[in-house]
Write a protein that binds this ligand. Sequence first.
Ligand SMILES: CC(=O)N[C@H]1[C@@H](OP(=O)(O)OP(=O)(O)OC[C@H]2O[C@@H](n3ccc(=O)[nH]c3=O)[C@H](O)[C@@H]2O)O[C@H](CO)[C@@H](O)[C@@H]1O[C@H](C)C(=O)N[C@@H](C)C(=O)N[C@H](CCC(=O)O)C(=O)O
Ligand SMILES: Nc1ncnc2c1ncn2[C@@H]1O[C@H](COP(=O)(O)OP(=O)(O)OP(=O)(O)O)[C@@H](O)[C@H]1O
Ligand SMILES: N[C@H](CCC[C@H](N)C(=O)O)C(=O)O
Ligand SMILES: [Mg+2]
Length: 497
Amino acid sequence: MERNLQDVIRQLPGAVVTGNGADRTVSDLTIDSRTAGPGSLFICIKGVNTDGHKYVAKAAAQGAVAALTEQETEVPDGMTVIRVPSTQEAVKTLAPWFYDWPARKMRMIGVTGTNGKTTTTNILRTLLTRTGHKVGLIGTINVMIGDEVRTSHNTTPDVVDLQKMLYEMVENHCDTCVMEVSSHALALDRVAGIEYDTAVLTNITQDHLDFHKTMENYREAKALLFTRLHEGTKPNKTAVFNSDDPSSAIIMPRVKTKIMTYGKGKDNDVYPLTFHVAASHMELNLQTPVGEMDLKLHITGEFNVYNVMGSICAAIAEGLTREDIIRGLDDFAGVPGRFQLIHAGQPFTVVVDYAHTPDGLENVLKTARQITKGKLWVVFGAGGDRDRKKRPIMGKIALDLADIAVVTSDNPRSEDPEAIIRDIEEGLKDNPEGKEIHKITDRREAIEYVMAHAKPDDVVMIAGKGHENYQILKDRTIHFDDGEVVRDFFQKGKTNA
Ligand SMILES: CC(=O)N[C@H]1[C@@H](OP(=O)(O)OP(=O)(O)OC[C@H]2O[C@@H](n3ccc(=O)[nH]c3=O)[C@H](O)[C@@H]2O)O[C@H](CO)[C@@H](O)[C@@H]1O[C@H](C)C(=O)N[C@@H](C)C(=O)N[C@H](CCC(=O)O)C(=O)O
Ligand SMILES: Nc1ncnc2c1ncn2[C@@H]1O[C@H](COP(=O)(O)OP(=O)(O)OP(=O)(O)O)[C@@H](O)[C@H]1O
Ligand SMILES: N[C@H](CCC[C@H](N)C(=O)O)C(=O)O
Ligand SMILES: [Mg+2]
């Protein structure tokens, strides 16, 4: 995408321009000097850790032609500096305009909720792709533009990267984008300039209180996806709600578009008639507005019944037929690190799962219990620099629902791993049944301990990190993969006592 610098300036009310006054071409926007290159307009944002204004010279040295600032800065030779009252505000309209409003050229499906976003977006991508659509996907694990796959840094990227990705999707002839919309993205308006066609709520349970402070703020951030859905000019919009989640009843009355609901009750558009959960699959019979569906799915757990039902509502809203949906769901192989069974020749079941919230942990342990003949183990920790209040709650859930709990580290980030474990242990203090609890701070040692002690018919749930192949420690990020630790343990011929 190329834009004339004067046209860029015209988009910025109140702009004061200094430095190079020549008429030039801007070929790229970036808010990170590290990705600035020839032709870039570098947008300076004041962040939590640092201030983008510090990197104007660096961006210029890398070839950036202009910088967008909100305070006095140096003006490197040859660079044009455009000062506006607020760069954060300016970028919300500048980025969509620069990339020519790509979200207006695709069907946009947004999925929000505490848990289930990655699963739901991936189900929808499979359904739509199998039906002949070219689909872009944005989420926690990766960004996909048709068949091209890139790694993600955030669940929902910042406004500039997001608009750039959408532009690339349009350039690559995608007709639909399905994306996870995090509560951070809604609160910080990373999704400015996007008009959604279909919006899905999975559920709202405790997480991210470090950022939102209260559950009400958290819910209201998520509500924005639905209460703003009618704004704009696109026709045929649908809001999809999980009627079994109490937040839906609070948000739905404020929605001005068509609504579809899913849940256990027969008053929903989509509801289950019967389902049967096994370790690696489930059978599910559903009632839907396009007819009854008999499904055999390669994912499992009651929570996934909800993800499937939400996806079906969105798929129907997008015009898919009963046959499209049945065929697509049959093809859906699951998401890496979501109730993923690890087969390393061991005589018991090992599951790696991304449960990192109280509700997520509760759900996967309840599902695991349904397939456990022996004892149920859980190995888990909690992320550092994240909601501290969820830690003791997760401790109590592990104690209540598993037979043996092994508390370990997740991504400690800047925090002391021992302090995080102490927070979790608050929830383990009241142990009337005297259940076995271990504390093994090193995650590899914790997993290896369990691999060495689990018995045939036991189920081991390794929770929290799912698809992640790294561990973020105070001073460095190391390679770490829960499934690989399990496989290595058995490959090295370590014995299971
Ligand atoms: C709290 C939060 O959302 N922080 C985001 C924020 O970081 P920040 O304000 O600390 O930025 P900063 O590091 O101080 O930098 C300020 C500016 O200087 C720039 N800079 C910095 C260094 C440099 O050398 N050059 C340079 O230009 C940065 O690009 C930035 O524009 O802006 C950054 C750039 O967009 C984001 O990457 C960063 O997300 C961090 C990594 C993060 O962990 N965010 C999490 C909490 C998050 O957003 N999570 C949600 C939900 C997850 C889920 O539930 O799935 C998500 O959507 O991912
Ligand atoms: N519908 C659901 N209800 C409750 N828990 C769920 C649901 N779906 C998934 N989970 C649990 O949450 C974990 C994460 O699932 P998924 O990645 O789909 O959610 P997410 O909303 O994308 O998470 P994140 O906020 O990290 O992006 C799963 O591994 C599982 O433990
Ligand atoms: N997107 C979530 C992922 C958490 C995963 C868990 N492994 C952790 O590090 O806390 C977050 O940033 O809160
Ligand atoms: Mg996700």
